[in-house]
Design a protein around this ligand. Structure first.
Ligand code: 13P
Length: 287
């Protein structure tokens, strides 16, 4: 089924669930995520950071790999490949490479510049049928080299950006990329409600999905969040399973050093993390 990320999130918003954006880093990641989305009949967004794009040798490779897998794995659920935290220049690189969904992270610019660049990108993307996510109020922590202090977005600034015709909005509500510190104060539902009041039915995006308690996730969805991004949690489960394999000496048994065996426990661990997230976000059976 070919539907755009915009339609995916509008359906999620109406159905009171969230679509997961799971970030991909390589072939194993992508294969694991697509396998679970198909198995659970869930729509899915594959997130690619600038760093991951570079690691995989460039955006064209990522587009080629994802399109190839959609065909060879007979994937029938809706899938969108999405640039995560793109700079102005990288947005254009991904548009040229064939991404169907883009995030322009203009949160580090003064608001006037964020508005001007977002406006331009909305026009360019929509002419090509590409969905655009914009950001207001920097998400804290470090997302693959894009670092910022966590802050709560100004609801009036959110409205200015929303009125430009973007398809979904990432607004800081105290969320942080990476693991949450022990003294984290939690999500600011007050801010989320104030933003929702201003932007109406526009689907909202919650970044920093790793480690947010389940009750907060459910409340955020009930207040208009229709996309939740997860990256670190898959990295942690992949690393733990790989560590266990090596510590048990399984790489030294028979042909245990074969990369297809060595990377298998990690790939299976990613699958389990993705299953848990799709179930929690309520997108299972929606495709
Ligand atoms: P985590 O790494 O905290 O899960 O955040 C992912 C994210 O928000 C990607 O944009």
């Amino acid at each position: 089924m070919v539907i755009s990320a915009k339609e995916m999130l509008q359906e999620a918003r109406a159905g009171k669930y969230a679509v997961a954006q799971i970030n991909i880093n390589n072939l194993e990641w992508t294969k694991s995520v697509l396998t679970v989305a198909e198995e659970l009949r869930s729509p899915i967004i594959l997130g690619c950071t600038q760093g991951a794009g570079k690691y995989m040798t460039g955006y064209k490779t990522v587009v080629g790999m994802v399109n190839g897998m959609l065909e060879s794995m007979n994937i029938t659920v809706p899938v969108a490949l999405h640039l995560d935290h793109g700079s102005y220049e990288h947005c254009y690189q991904c548009i040229d490479a064939g991404f169907m969904s883009i995030m322009f992270d203009g949160s580090s610019y003064p608001i006037e510049e964020n508005v001007a660049k977002t406006k331009e990108l909305v026009e360019v993307c929509h002419k090509k049928g590409i969905s655009l996510e914009a950001e207001v109020g920097a998400i804290g922590g470090d997302e693959d080299g894009v670092a910022a202090q966590g802050e709560c977005a100004d609801p009036d600034e959110c409205k200015r950006i929303a009125d430009l015709g973007i398809d979904f909005l990432a607004a800081g509500i105290g969320n942080i990329h990476g693991q949450y510190p022990a003294n984290w104060k939690g999500l600011s539902f007050e801010t989320l409600e104030a933003i929702k009041e201003k932007v109406g039915d526009l689907p909202l995006v919650l970044h920093g999905g790793t480690g947010i308690p389940e009750d907060m996730i459910k409340k955020a969805i009930s207040l208009g969040v229709a996309k939740i991004n997860v990256n670190t949690e898959c990295q942690l489960s992949f690393a733990a399973a790989t560590r266990k394999y090596i510590e048990e000496g399984r790489d030294l048994q028979g042909k245990g050093f074969d990369p297809r065996k060595l990377l298998l426990p990690g790939a299976e661990a990613i699958k389990e993390t993705v299953r848990q997230k799709l179930t929690l976000f309520g997108s299972v059976g929606k495709a």
